[in-house]
Ligand binder design. Structure first.
Ligand code: CO8
Length: 262
């Protein structure tokens, strides 16, 4: 299905492949992309009760996304720029707050907002030859879609400061070594590899997937004590679920669990 700048495909039970579909512009992220992302992650996919995991990729092998559309931004007056930035933030927030895991499958360039798009996902599969970077500082701006907060959490404070302040690009191997990328695969296989990981996630108990993601995302922000308290409260809710009983029963009866999402 096409939702404007994004294309969605059902790829396995509970797994949706979302493609930023603007290969002719190296998947540059424009106002239309932000509007479509808001609708897709903020409403359409969020409302569905059959989604368990999403893979996010960019069309073509040249770029995951080269970030903000600099052609659209040329000559943009301050007010329009500020409004666009607010819209971009809202769009990216739908990804950060998406209740189900999102795996990025990065081929080619992931620069600026494109790198932040990958950073906003739960984890990243990269193609051999993928190139990352936050070059905003070279353009008189700075990362504005979460990069200054998400990159340090992924690669450590000092590495992130160097990367943001120099605007230097780096490859998939460095990204993996630094902890930004989980796995590297050949370009022709990376989306399938990410889809396979998404399928493994989707087979797990739905309340557990959501609860574990929520505890990790919000717990990390809250500090250890508050994070542990959040883990306890979500864990208690799962302990009272029908799927908790089903999981143990299925194990003992040597069969696949039938999750009921309650
Ligand atoms: N926007 C629009 N068009 C782009 C972009 C872009 N970001 N990047 C490349 N293009 C276009 C080029 O203008 C060119 O178009 P044309 O053929 O019409 O001249 C075409 O893509 C191919 O580009 P190149 O000729 O430069 O191809 P190369 O292979 O030599 O280089 C690169 C490819 C390395 C991707 C190079 O084009 C480049 O460095 N692009 C700029 C990347 C960049 O700086 N991105 C950051 C943008 S700022 C940003 O993302 C801010 C984040 C906003 C997030 C939202 C905040 C909330």
């Amino acid at each position: 299905m096409s939702a404007g700048r994004f294309r969605t495909e059902e790829r396995a039970d509970g797994v949706v492949l979302v493609t930023l579909d603007r290969a002719e512009a190296m998947n540059a992220f424009d106002t239309r992309a932000a509007e479509d992302m808001l609708a897709l992650f903020g409403q359409e996919l969020r409302r569905r009760d059959d989604v368990r995991a999403v893979v996010l990729t960019g069309a073509g092998e040249r770029a995951f996304s080269v970030g903000a559309d600099l052609k659209e931004r040329r000559g943009m007056d301050d007010d329009v720029w500020r409004r666009q930035h607010a819209l971009f933030r809202d769009a990216f927030a739908t990804l950060w707050r998406f209740p189900w895991p999102v795996i990025a499958a990065v081929r080619g360039y992931a620069l600026g907002g494109g790198c932040e798009l990958a950073l906003g996902c739960d984890f990243i599969y990269a193609a051999e030859g993928a190139i990352f970077g936050l070059p905003e500082i070279k353009l008189g701006i700075m990362p504005g879609a979460g990069g200054t907060q998400l990159l340090p959490r992924a690669v450590g404070a000092r590495r992130a400061r160097e990367l943001v302040l120099t605007g230097a690009r780096f490859g998939a191997a460095e990204a993996r070594e630094w902890g930004l990328v989980n796995h590297i695969a050949p370009a022709a296989e990376v989306v399938d590899a990410a889809l396979e990981a998404a399928s493994r996630i989707a087979r797990n108990a739905p309340l557990s997937i959501q609860g574990a993601k929520r505890a990790m995302v919000h717990g990390a922000e809250a500090g250890l004590e508050a994070g542990l308290a959040l883990e306890v409260s979500i864990h208690q809710r799962l302990s009272a679920s029908a799927d908790r009983r089903e999981g143990v029963d299925a194990f003992n009866e040597k069969r696949k669990p039938e999750w009921r999402f309650r």
